[in-house]
Design a protein around this ligand. Structure first.
Ligand SMILES: *[C@@H]1O[C@H](CO)[C@@H](O)[C@H](O)[C@H]1NC(C)=O
Length: 226
């Protein structure tokens, strides 16, 4: 018994050391949303220098109740634009109290016939509910399968993280949706703008071959969307 203990005392630390080395090379688990907060709150100090991820916290002594409320969704967005829709973002940039809390919301207004054009959110899954009107909501999977449905007031949808999706107002009047994301800053890749109105623009040789059309069509799209 005594000799066994002596052995495990000498082997123990070596074994532990080897285990640590193995553990260090194992892939670490990835998170599918923003990382968890390490304190009750961390109201973003928007004037602070950006840290590695997100924003530094405002000193707790300077935080007031007002920090935790946001009235940005009380007003309808102006839909008088080429797409006939308007996204009012309630992300960490607009509502700094969301910093480190891993979620955000948008208000999306639609004129009759308006669309929220095909886009994706690189950092979040999206869930949404129709608050007013009637929306066709659709997304395409990485297997190229298109899922869609017409939703009316109170109905909800989910767009898996990163997938290309859109909404179109198919009702007679205006439409309104509230959406939520499991990221404080989900990001949006708006396909028409990304492909045809980037700075500088993507070379025509890439776009003509990708879309199998002549250069004049690409030039038209670039002018229309710029
Ligand atoms: C969205 O609506 C806001 C508020 O009316 C307006 O300032 C903004 O320019 C609109 N955005 C677009 C893309 O039309």
């Amino acid at each position: 018994m005594a000799s066994k203990l002596a052995v495990s005392r000498t082997v123990g630390p070596v074994y532990l050391f080897l285990l640590l080395i193995v553990a260090a090379f194992l892939p670490s688990p990835t998170l599918s949303s923003d990382s968890d907060p390490l304190q009750d709150f961390c109201v973003a100090d928007m004037k602070g220098k950006p840290s590695v991820n997100g924003f530094p916290c405002k000193p707790a002594t300077q935080v007031t109740s007002d920090d935790f409320f946001f009235s940005g969704f009380t007003k309808e967005g102006n839909t008088n634009n080429r797409f006939g829709s308007n996204v009012t973002a309630g992300n960490v940039l607009a509502f700094p109290a969301l910093n480190t809390l891993g979620l955000s919301m948008n208000r999306v207004d639609f004129a009759p016939g308006g669309i929220n054009p095909p886009h994706s959110h690189p950092r979040a899954t999206e869930a949404g509910v129709v608050v007013k009107g009637k929306l066709l909501v659709g997304f395409v999977t990485t297997e190229n399968v298109f899922h869609s449905k017409v939703l009316t007031v109170g109905e909800m949808f989910v767009i898996p993280r990163g997938l290309v999706h859109f909404q179109r107002n198919v009702g007679k009047g205006k439409a309104l949706a509230l959406t939520t994301f499991n990221s404080q800053l989900p990001g949006a890749v708006l396909l028409p703008n990304t492909l045809f109105a980037s700075t500088p623009t993507i070379p025509n040789q890439v776009l003509t071959k990708a879309f199998q059309v002549e250069e004049d069509i690409i030039n038209k799209l670039k002018i229309k969307l710029s």
